[in-house]
Design a protein around this ligand. Structure first.
Ligand SMILES: [Zn+2]
Length: 243
């Protein structure tokens, strides 16, 4: 990646972020979300699972409740109050019509111009294998951006009062190995740190490192590596799919 990243489009009012797990948006995208809500834009979160399989030392039923609470707290830090869960099963999310329908329904409920998701490619970077949940949800989100506008796909949604929404103009994929656009991470960085730190139980089980050192180190190295391609400004990079 040597070319420069373009600034993300700014002429929109509503965004919907749809990802697999609690914490997926906090590993980077939250710095952009903070900047967007600062600018008066509305952002809502939809999580396919409650991340119940994410903590080795905690039973799923307990982890689901803990991680839902942590996700709501971390969203609030960056100005997001709408947080919904689709209750697919963590670790074994299936790509297919049921997932596409649930995401299309969320898009019809929220009527966003910008949809955000996490890396749907096979790898993070070029060699780290991605998880099946991220691949399934990312691909379903890219597909559902179109499904949401087609009255004949999932026509049962209209019967539930969810009219087709053709207004999605872009899908932005965070964590992609092929980024095209970026958002200045500076204004939202401290809140991004705080929002990832809100996943205390998860991070506590993940690393022996001091949580704040771990979180700050991860986010700084990520936004610094994007800076090389964004005029030396630390940035959150996205792969943007216009529609
Ligand atoms: Zn995840």
């Amino acid at each position: 990646m040597t070319e420069q990243l373009a600034p993300m489009p700014a002429d929109w009012q509503r965004a919907l972020a749809v990802v697999a797990h609690p914490d997926d948006l906090e590993y980077g995208a939250a710095a952009a979300v903070a900047a967007w809500t600062d600018g008066g834009r509305e952002v809502a979160y939809v999580l396919a699972t409650r991340g119940e399989a994410g903590i080795a030392t905690m039973e799923p039923a307990q982890a689901a409740a803990v991680r839902e609470r942590e996700q709501r707290a971390s969203a609030a830090v960056v100005g997001v109050s709408a947080v919904e869960f689709l209750d697919h099963r963590d670790g074994v999310i299936e790509y297919g019509p049921a997932l596409r329908r649930d995401v299309a329904a969320a898009i019809r409920r929220h009527r966003p111009e910008l949809v955000v998701t996490l890396n749907h490619h096979d790898t993070f970077g070029h060699t780290a294998w991605n998880t099946p949940d991220h691949r399934a949800v990312g691909r379903a989100v890219l597909d559902a951006a179109a499904d949401a506008g087609n009255r004949w796909i999932f026509s049962e949604l209209a019967e539930q009062g969810l009219a087709p929404w053709e207004g999605v103009r872009w899908v932005a994929v965070a964590g992609s190995p092929r980024p095209t656009h970026a958002v200045d991470a500076g204004p939202g960085m401290e809140r991004a740190v705080e929002s990832l730190l809100a996943h205390r139980a998860y991070i506590g089980a993940l690393t022996e490192t001091d949580p704040e050192d771990y979180v700050r180190g991860f986010l700084t190295s990520m936004t610094d590596s994007a800076a090389e391609h964004f005029g030396n400004r630390p940035a959150v990079a996205f792969e943007l799919f216009p529609r």
